[in-house]
Design a binder for this molecule. Structure first.
Ligand SMILES: O[C@H]1[C@H](O)[C@@H](O)[C@H](O)[C@@H](O)[C@H]1O
Ligand SMILES: [Fe+2]
Ligand SMILES: [Fe+2]
Length: 302
């Protein structure tokens, strides 16, 4: 019957529509679930990084010592010392090779050598098609740990997260209770919200705890062709209370808000590339030596 033919044709058409709609919908849902699943796994994996509550004693002891000893007085002395001493002259690749002999006691997340960490960071940035200057920032960002060979007092004045000295220690710093042993916590000026600083004076005018970030920034600011963003990535990459936890905004100016975006963009490459597969340093060396030649003089003062 025409009607039933029409009906069945309609039904078929309807079925077909339903079917194709349904397929689309299922595919979409599957796509979402698939994305969500991998996003979920990634988030779960990310949560396992920087887990300081469950960190080993080596890490906890490191921060106890660092938070006790990074005083304003020490930081002034470290800067005077930096300016008044020559530590050595070498090229950037040589420095990378030299760094490889060191172990970072503050890091709960990697047992890899320093050269591998630097190359993994740079490779992750390169894989994402980011500019050469950012790959170079990744390649060199931890070179300041060479301070360990240049007469640092220990690990506590080289590695670990950084924070502001000269004003109240932020409770956004990991293990904030350990600052009870720092004499600056009881200083009538250094223990106040602004301490020695003016509101929104800018991070350029603030003293960050001395370590590999601050040291390398000072070495490279006049001895490289890196843009401002790369230098900021180097200088602030360990400043987690600021770039991750949002602390110290009362000291920041417009420039800091701008460079914060660069530092935040850099952070995942530094942190999460630690779980990437192993790299072959020898195979990568020619490419990175080429980049080094573009951004640095052949020999630098360290
Ligand atoms: O333990 C790590 C390590 O020392 C990194 O090099 C530094 O950038 C991080 O901020 C710190 O938490
Ligand atoms: Fe670092
Ligand atoms: Fe790093």
């Amino acid at each position: 019957m025409p009607i039933s033919v029409t009906a069945s044709a309609q039904a078929a058409a309807y079925d077909l529509d339903v079917t194709s709609d349904a397929i689309d919908e299922v595919n979409q849902i599957r796509g979402r679930l698939w994305d969500d699943d991998s996003a979920f796994d990634k988030e779960k994996e990310k949560e396992s990084f920087r887990d300081y509550d469950n960190a080993c004693d080596r890490v906890k002891n490191f921060y106890r010592e660092q938070h006790e000893k990074q005083t304003m007085a020490f930081n002034i002395k470290a800067r005077v010392d930096f300016k008044s001493r020559k530590r050595g002259r070498m090229g950037v690749w040589e420095a990378i090779e030299l760094l490889n002999t060191l172990v970072d006691e503050s890091d709960p997340d990697t047992s890899l050598s320093q050269i591998e960490h630097l190359l993994q960071t740079a490779e992750a940035i390169r894989r994402d098609g980011k500019p050469e200057w950012m790959q170079v920032a990744g390649l060199v960002h931890d070179l300041g740990k060479l301070l360990l060979l240049f007469g640092s007092e220990g690990q506590w004045d080289v590695v670990g997260d950084t924070f502001v000295v000269g004003c109240k220690f932020s409770d956004k710093i990991i293990y904030p209770d350990t600052f009870k042993s720092n004499p600056d916590s009881y200083d009538s000026v250094y223990s106040t919200e602004y301490g020695i600083y003016k509101p929104h004076c800018g991070l350029d005018n603030v003293m960050l705890s001395w370590g590999h970030d601050e040291y390398l920034y000072n070495v490279l600011k006049d001895q490289s062709y890196l843009p401002e963003e790369a230098l900021a990535m180097i200088r602030y990459h360990s400043f987690y209370p600021w770039h991750r936890e949002g602390a110290y905004r009362h000291l920041c100016n417009e420039k800091d808000e701008r460079i914060l975006a660069a530092v935040k963009a850099f952070n995942p490459y530094d942190l999460y590339s630690k779980s990437d597969e192993r790299i072959d340093a020898e195979k990568l060396a020619p490419y990175y030596k080429g980049l080094i030649a573009k951004f640095f003089p052949p020999v630098l003062d360290w």
